[in-house]
Each structure stands twice: as C-alpha cells, then as structure tokens.
Design a protein around this ligand. Structure first.
Ligand SMILES: N[C@@H](CCC(=O)N[C@@H](CS)C(=O)NCC(=O)O)C(=O)O
Length: 203
C-alpha cells in the first residue's frame, strides 16, 4: 500500500498519518506537492478524480480516498484496538462525533479558508463577507464543544478515538488560518493540550 499525501498544514493527509502513528502501522508515503498543483495532474486525477488528498493506493492497484474512509479501512485490516470503537454503541458515538466535527467545525473553517485566505485567492472567486460570516458559528460550536468536553476526556468518550484525530487536525488547521480556540473554552484547550502531547500529534 502507498499513501499519497501532503505535508502540514494540510489537515486531511495528517489525519491518516496520526492514525497510522496511533496504530503503530507503517505505510509507504509519497508527497504530492499541492502548491505545484500536482494533485490536479492527469496522473493524480486517475487515482482520485476529485483531485484531493489523501489517497491510499491498494496492493491490487485500486484506490481509496476520503481520510476517514481510508482510516476505517486501515483500522479493519490492522491489529490492535480499534480507533473506530469496539461495541455497537461506541462505534455509533465515534461516527456521530466524526460527522459533527466534519459538518459543524471543518465545513465553516473550510469556508473561511476558501473565501478569505491569501493562499486560496487564485483558485476561486472569493466572497470575503461570506467567508467571515462563518466565524460566529465557529464560536458557537466551540462553546458547545467546551460544554461537552467538561464531561469527558476525549471527544467521543473515555477513550482516544478517530473523532479526536478529526477534531485535532481540524482545530490545528483553524489555528493555521487564524481561527483561534476561544480563550474561555478551557475544556477544549485542556483537551487540545492532552491530545497534542501524544507522540502521534507530531505527524
Ligand atoms: N473529505 C476529504 C477532503 C480532502 C481534501 O479536501 N483534501 C485537501 C487537502 S487537505 C485537498 O486535496 N484540497 C484540494 C481540493 O479540494 O481541490 C477527506 O477527508 O479526505
């Protein structure tokens, strides 16, 4: 297997690298330089017609994209405790939180990235007001997450899971583009310190 990815701050390839580090699994890595638009080259589009990273190349030559789906596959074919949950309820809770983080936090952060950041200005028509309009929603989501994280140490429960990986990579990408964790969100900040201290967070 080979994982096509990009260095930080690209959040989605990082999810898979953190996942691999947590599982202690090694996969060949190949960097696809996004600033050179290598992810939109015909050779790469043959691997993922959406031209997005990461992509996992399978031993039979097939490809998987979508960071969470790649991790779910690797989780199923690798030994060790699952980062997607062991019981039906745990699996559903982790899945619920992955979806919540993706839709409630990653989506508005992505709109700020696309519509306000200088690095994306040449790629689309930016609607700056629309981009900025996502900030209040993000503040609300951080307040909600802060309430949740007062109740438990990790995003989906008592155990570190794929939901923590999705949240960490999302929030770190937010920090990269200037979306801060609100100063009052103490439980979120403590959680962030806790998961950032894990060796996998260096990925
Ligand atoms: N939902 C996808 C998102 C993938 C994605 O947007 N990757 C970024 C890099 S972090 C990318 O390739 N962006 C280029 C584009 O969307 O054209 C996933 O989880 O893998």
């Amino acid at each position: 297997m080979k994982l096509y990815g990009e260095d930080n701050p690209a959040p989605n390839p990082r999810r898979v690298r953190i996942f691999l580090a947590e599982k202690g699994v090694q996969v060949e890595l190949e960097r696809v330089p996004m600033r050179e638009r290598a992810h939109k080259s015909p050779a790469f589009l043959a691997r993922n017609p959406l031209g997005q990273l990461p992509v996992l190349e399978l031993d039979d030559g097939g490809h998987l994209s979508e960071s969470v789906s790649i991790c779910r596959y690797l989780d199923d074919v690798s030994p060790g405790p699952s980062l997607f949950g062991e019981t039906a309820l745990e699996r559903a809770r982790i899945d619920m939180w992955i979806r919540r983080i993706e839709f409630q936090l990653m989506a508005p952060i992505g709109q700020i990235w696309r519509h306000t950041h200088p690095l994306t200005a040449a790629l689309l028509t930016q609607y700056r007001d629309f981009g900025e309009s996502n900030r209040p929603r993000i503040a609300q989501i951080y307040a909600w997450l802060d309430d949740e994280l007062r109740e438990r140490p990790f995003i989906a429960g008592d155990r570190y899971s794929m939901a923590d990986i999705v949240a960490l990579t999302t929030m770190d990408f937010g920090l990269f583009i200037g979306v801060e964790m609100p100063p009052g969100a103490a439980a979120v900040r403590e959680w962030h310190e806790r998961v950032s201290a894990r060796p996998s967070a260096q990925a």
